[in-house]
Design a protein around this ligand. Sequence first.
Ligand code: WT7
Length: 631
Amino acid sequence: MNLNIDTYGQYLEVYKYSVEHPEKFWAEIASDFEWKQKWEKVLEWNFSEPKIEWFLGGKLNITQNCLDRNLVENADKKAIIWEPNNPNEHIREITYRELHDSVCRFANVLQANGAKKGDRICIYLPMIPEAVVAMLACARIGAIHSVVFAGFSSQSISDRINDSECSMIITADGVERGEKRVELKKIVDEALVNCPSIKRCIVYNNRNWEVDIKQGRDVWWHSEIRKVGANNEPEWLDAEDPLFILYTSGSTGKPKGVLHTTGGYMVMAGYTFKMVFNYKPHQIFWCTADVGWITGHSYIAYGPLLNSATIMMFEGVPTWPDAGRFWDIVDKHKVNILYSAPTALRNLMAAGDHFLENKDLTSLEVLGSVGEPINEEAWYWYHDKIGKEHCPIVDTWWQTETGGMMLSPIAGIGVAKPGFAMYPLPGIQPLLLNEKGEELHGNNVEGNFCMKFPWPGMARTVYGDHKRFQQTYFSTYNNLYFTGDGCKRDEEGFYRITGRVDDVINVSGHRIGTGEVEDAINDHDCVVESAVVGYSHDMKGQALYAFVICNKPVDDLIKFRNEVGKIVSERIGSFSKPDKIQIVKALPKTRSGKIMRRILRKIAENDYSNLGDTSTLIDPKVVDDIKSGVI
Ligand code: WT7
């Protein structure tokens, strides 16, 4: 299928075809990939169980599409260009042939260490090429990878390992991010004390740091690699065999293991990458996300490799050695497409434009944004100062659960508005509903954002808890997938995401469940109960505000706040620490015991107008008390 869409008119035509003949449309896209055996049926679905199956009967291996397929014409093309944290250390460049070789060898290592199809393997690695190698090696043998972002605490690692009973973990001695040393193996060692399912821990030597090696459990990546050959026949998987699990926070309970399957995810990641960025073979593509999030899965690893692209990968942070590092990298490696997050852009913008001086950014052709709504100021800065007014900005809306981009302008067709994810990609069928569950037709409407038809990259279940999958996404509205986001369709029919409508908070583009943070805070000896809400933050988009009830007077408030922050860091990760912690006597509760978060959100925003009806509260005076103690 010709996916080179150059005008909005062409987009409208392709879009129309895609919704009138969705199965034909997706089958044509899927035909651009290599299948060991073609599918018998394109789609089987219902959103009530729910059951979603794409390309039934098809057999494939995604790594054959990412790697082997490139050995013919692109063997010597760079697959990965890697920039180390420290700009004075050596860069690494890896061709498609070398990447194929590394993945096959590491797949052999996994098998030699007992891994097989269907096993769950946890990956806790920094931003090094080996993270991509490890993911692909799992995919090659049909093992299900579960990447845990290397900023999560040991408690979070063990929770995730235990939930999906991983048999193996792949990690490294450690990593430097900016000036910070992160001893990954130590964090893993602490996690593994509570993980009976783990039989093997493979350790990559990234920094030559000393680590404890537990005999019988831990082995070194480099010594294992020497024991195996370079040939590895891929495991031929069913299209619906699982590819990976990725944990994400919800409004309640523990994180959910979102499960993606092989065929549909491949089609989605490959198609959206090509379509949205309008990728051309000469281009160097840089996604600044971490491989530990879905953005890294789909647009560092799979999407680009499925399109024979050259990936830029960066180990460090945007502000070290100074806030010009991103621009140094663009200049040094002549990056053509930059895909980043509003929170990073706001930070770099705030650091000052002198960090842009003497940086040659003329290689840039397309700019992307993801993770949260981008505010106009950041959008214009990105457009004017980084893109020099000639690079299209693609504001891509999607979720861990969607597998790939769903709404976005398409680079090069020239229709965009700051802060708008614009329009659905061909094949995607969104709709808006009001609180009563009625569809909102026409333009200039705002409501809850849903999907009425499946797409190949959608999650198939929550690992081990299909009921939760049904309840979270398919129970709010009959026969629809509910995203959890609010959305506005403007007078021209373009979409603007307004933010979460549930108790999920988007801090710096990372999804944080309030329930999880509250559970952690409640672990403090002095805390009886807590309620966490989000409030607007200049840099992070949103930040966390915790209201806590203590069982005794707190003398040293600073010490208390530090202790609470530390508990949250240990239980989840430091990125989940509340920015503000206020001790209150009571929380605003209804007679049925429900905390009225709407009121807390308003107070946290310092917005006391229109607090709404407080008469249903057991004790409306509570609200004044809380207001008087606001930080
Ligand atoms: C939530 C999904 C998709 C990868 C990164 C986050 C918010 C995402 C946008 C955007 C406005 C956005 C939504 C969504 N979000 N992209 N372009 N504009 N909001 O993945 O952790 O699964 O979070 O991020 O609220 O539901 P995630």
